[in-house]
Structures are given as structure tokens and as C-alpha cells.
Write a protein that binds this ligand. Sequence first.
Ligand SMILES: [Cu+2]
Length: 347
Amino acid sequence: MKVFSSMNGKFFFTSLLTLVFVNLQYSAQAQQNWNAAVGGQSKDMARQAAAFLPSEIWIHAGDSITWTFNSGDIHTVTFITTGQIYPFDDSQGCPPITPSGSPFDGSSCVSSAPLVLSQTYEVIFPKAGNYEIVCLVHGQMFGVIHVLDLALPLPYDQAFYDEQAKEQLNALLEDADLHQHHAEHQHSMGDMFSASVSSHTKSITAGVGEIAANAGGQQSFSLVRFINGTVAIHAGDTVEWTNLDPEIGHTMTFGTIPQDLIDPSCSPNCVVSTDPDGALHATITSTQQNVHSGLIAALLEDEPGFPQGPVAPPTRFRITFTTPGTYPYVCAFHDNLGMDGQVIVLP
Ligand SMILES: [Cu+2]
């Protein structure tokens, strides 16, 4: 008995050490911090990926994820609750904006502010469940976080997600050349709209994009540029801009950027009117005038469960220039990314 008791003492001590060790491991695992990315871009910022990278992550209850924002284009990290009305104003968060490190268990919304390059936002997930992550700026940008019970094994490690994030980003950004090619071969719809306009219309593609889906959600690629955005025309000619991006809206803004970026405006002594085909149209008579197209963005049509609305306006904007001169313009949302152009009006 004595021998056994002495052995038991040793065994007890070893077991205690093992227990302490296992507990340390257990708690370290229970509170693991994971890293993921939000958005990405090419060096010149022309190519933007609106994506959670990766869009699907498996973690344990109690773990947290820190998202690092990697683009000049703004995004949010937002978790809204089931049944909550999707917030409209992305600058207000849920509302409100919640601090980094906030817990989300599905009961009340958590959201970062719109963030850019190298800013970070952390969310802790105390409760098992599947939670959708959304960006309040980009409607087709979402993913899912699977929060598993501690007893369940996790399928992947951080290295896997790092690699997957890189692959998903590259897949999105590399689509750029294809789309630029496609965009350059777009015909002006103005040609079809009116024969009298056709020979005096220059067409500019104001952005082009594509939405991709995977098991965890959706991601999109955008070329945030006016493609061949500098054109030379003659007085009296019309320039027509068309947005071919299903996800990101743009503006054509000449002169002072107005407070209201959503609605079209023109001043002084000019108006933005609607052509018979629904496209907006302004006539500029002076380089001193301020012309703003308003937000030219693709709309989602025919959603099941919702009444049919009026026909969505085409994602197109026209300006007729009557006076020779140089007319620089920007996208009021993306001038920080270098989205600008110039209309040179010759006599
Ligand atoms: Cu833009």
C-alpha cells in the first residue's frame, strides 16, 4: 500500500501538471484571435475587390476575429440581427457604430464605421451559431462566420485562411483585363437612341465590375476608372457615360462637388433633364458651370415579394457641350482612388 501511495503521489503531481497544461492549452484555444481582410486593391487603386477575405471562417465560441481593411475604397464590418431592417446610412453603423472588440451573439447589432487602408476592427463571438457578415457600403459583399461549440474540431487553421484570402483577392483583381477589354468594345447606346445624335456622341465607360459567388457569400470586383475617360469632341457634341458595374455607383462631377452626392444638380443657369429613354442629360455652356450626375448605379430589379416598381433609370449620363474649353471631371465618390477624366471641347 505504501509503495502504491508513494507512486500515487507522483502520479497525482504529474496529473496536476498535465491538467494545468491542458487547461492552459484549452483556454488559449478558446480565446484564439483570428485574422481576416476586408477589401483589396491594385497598386494604382483602379482595381478594387469588395470582399471579405476569406468570406467564410470557422471558429470556436469565445474566439475573436480581427479584420484589417486593405483598400482605399471604404467598407464596414457589420453583423445585423435577424429581422433587423437593413441600415441605409453606412456612416451610422447599425446604427450606432460599436467599438472594436465588441461581442456579437446575434442579439444586438455590431458595426464598424466605414474604414479604409490599414485600419482594423475586432469582433468577439461568445456564442455558437452561424453569423452573416455584411458591408453596409456594398450590397453584394457578404460572408459567414461559423462559430462552433468548443467540443467540435475546427476544419482549418490561420495559414489556410491567409492563403485562401490571397487566392480569392487575386481571382477578383485578375478579372480586370478581361473586363477592360469588354468595356472598350461597348457600343454607345446613344447610337440606338437617336440617329441625329449618333455621329456626334462619344461614349465613356464609367466603371465596370462583376459579382462572384462562393459557398460563404458574395464578393465583387470593380475597375474604378473612367475607361478612356479623356476625350476630345467638337462644340455641340454629346458625351455619354455608362456605368457597367453591378455593385458600385459612380458620379460624373464637373466643377465644385455638391453636398448632395445622390441627386443630380447643375448650376448656375442649367438643369439636368431626362431624355425620352430615361437617361439623365445636361447641357453645359461654360467651363464655370458645376454639373453633377448624381449617383449612377445599377439597381436590383424584380425582387420576389416586392411590388414591381417604376422602370429603373438606365445607368447612363449625357452632357452636351456647346462651348470650346477644357472640362475636367471626377467621380465624387472615388476621386480619392484616382477616378477622373477630362473633356476637351474643340471649336
Ligand atoms: Cu466612383
